[in-house]
Design a protein around this ligand. Structure first.
Ligand SMILES: [Zn+2]
Length: 464
């Protein structure tokens, strides 16, 4: 498999530190509010990538953190007159609700900053001792000039970085790009003991500590949104490598952003679409198809129309699956043949090429067309093979058709079928007005019935 590494800017063959194991870290949310559609992109993409690694035979150890010590959380806690931990805990729970509704699997470890403060303090002490950090009035700063490779990940010189970044101005810093590892306590803020007095960790050091404590000094994959490359990931890399003397990450992967009229979708710009609302409107699979139809390194211009089209496509695919499934009480596993191997090879070739999900999704659409065709031709054997590839392999590898909304539809299925059986009998007894009334009432509940020569089929007009 080849992946584009942000560090080299090139496609590189995936070779993990330990053969057969992928150690993977994804920067998680700062928990002070509900997440939005822009946040969902890395969740969907890197969950699918993790599933794909597993499909290719790797064991994956995935860590995604929660930033629970942060100005925004502290401000909210003061506003609400509660402890910062209560704010963080509440939004961590909301995050899990959204992730499960979206059908994104939980990582193996989901550490919180506040659980790692002693380890963070210890690492900062080492950085000071090694001459990579300095103490000023209870603050500790990383000395960027002590790390000659600084800028390597963002591919920019120190001057370019100073010019391009909104660098926090402080008289305490020796150099504008130096960043806080530890911040001295201010009143009204939570604080922890340290050799430099009471204070709290800066943002970047937490990811260094949580990733290396849980995965080792060198990670195979570090992923996140491209807005994190500078300064967050550049800083993580500098601290980690200054600390351990080893390369921090083998492959840096960054997804492009979701833009709204040219700007990135972000809480601070106030142009967000809350994920929970989007899930209600477009469904988990509509959202997943929308994001996976684009390459993860290409920006997406947020579009309601495109999302609606994806939601519609997702409903059509789900309907094809349901139609096929209704023919069996239990669906057999087909014997693999040359055609199935060819399809698998095509799928793997697409995803091995820097995780080209648009190609894989196009193949899924093609196969859904085939499935419908084989069903209408009553070619049971071919239909079964196509269904198997689609549902049990390709869709499941991309995390499609597995989320809560879909399972609710699956739960409703036996009841809808019972109603349709009764309606069929009514029609056979020529009680057409009753049969029509059932059809109309189902439609008002969001279930559309279509009568065909082979019998009646149905689809959900909206997410249930
Ligand atoms: Zn991070």
């Amino acid at each position: 498999m080849f992946l584009k590494n942000t560090l080299s800017g090139r496609l590189e063959k995936l070779e993990t530190l330990e053969p057969g194991v992928v150690r993977m870290y994804v920067c998680g949310p700062t928990v002070y509010g509900l997440i939005h559609v822009g946040n969902a992109r890395p969740m969907i993409v890197f969950d699918a990538l993790r599933r794909y690694f597993e499909y290719r035979g790797y064991r994956v150890i995935m860590v995604q953190n929660f930033t629970d010590i942060d100005d925004k959380i502290i401000n909210r806690a003061n506003e609400w007159n509660v402890d910062f931990k209560d704010v963080a805990e509440a939004f961590i729970q909301e995050y899990w609700r959204d992730a499960s509704a979206l059908g994104v699997r939980a990582p193996n470890f989901a550490p919180k900053t506040s659980d790692f403060v002693p380890e963070i303090v210890n690492a900062i002490e080492q950085l000071v001792r090694k001459g990579h950090a300095y103490v000023v009035d209870g603050d500790v700063y990383f000395d960027v000039k002590s790390f000659p490779k600084y800028g390597e990940l963002s591919h920019r010189s120190l001057d370019e970085m100073i010019a391009g970044a909104r660098v926090e101005v402080s008289e305490k810093k020796r150099f504008p790009l130096d960043f806080a590892l530890w911040k001295a306590a201010k009143s009204g803020e939570p604080s922890w003991d340290s050799p430099w007095g009471k204070g709290r960790p800066g943002w970047h050091i937490e990811c260094t500590i949580m990733s290396t404590k849980l995965l080792g000094s060198t990670l195979d994959i570090h992923a996140g949104g491209e807005d994190l490359i500078f300064p967050h990931h550049e800083n993580e890399k500098a601290q980690s490598e200054a600390l351990t003397g080893k390369p921090f990450v083998r492959y840096w992967l960054h997804n492009a952003l979701v833009r709204v009229s040219g700007d990135k979708m972000s809480k601070s710009l106030g142009n967000i679409f809350i994920l929970r609302e989007a899930l209600k409107k477009f469904g988990a699979d509509g959202l997943k198809l929308y994001f996976l139809s684009k390459h993860y390194r290409s920006p997406i211009d947020f579009s309601i129309e495109a999302l609606e089209a994806s939601a519609k496509a997702a409903r059509r695919i789900a309907e094809s699956f349901r139609n096929f499934e209704s023919r069996f009480s239990s669906i057999p596993v087909p014997k693999s043949d040359a055609w199935m191997s060819e399809q698998r090879q095509k799928f793997v070739e697409a995803l091995d090429d820097d995780f080209n999900t648009p190609k894989a999704v196009a193949q899924i659409f093609e196969l859904v067309g085939e499935l419908n065709k084989f069903m209408s031709e009553a070619n049971e054997e071919k239909a079964l093979k196509t269904y198997h590839l689609l549902r049990r392999e390709f869709c499941s590898v991309l995390g499609l058709f597995e989320a809560g909304a879909q399972s609710q539809e699956t739960e409703l299925d036996p009841f809808v079928r019972l109603i349709l059986d009764v309606r069929k009998e009514l029609r056979e007894r020529k009680l057409y007005d009753l049969a029509d009334s059932i059809r109309d009432r189902l439609k008002s509940l969001g279930i559309e019935v279509r009568d065909t020569r082979e019998g009646s089929t149905y689809s959900f007009l909206k997410e249930v």
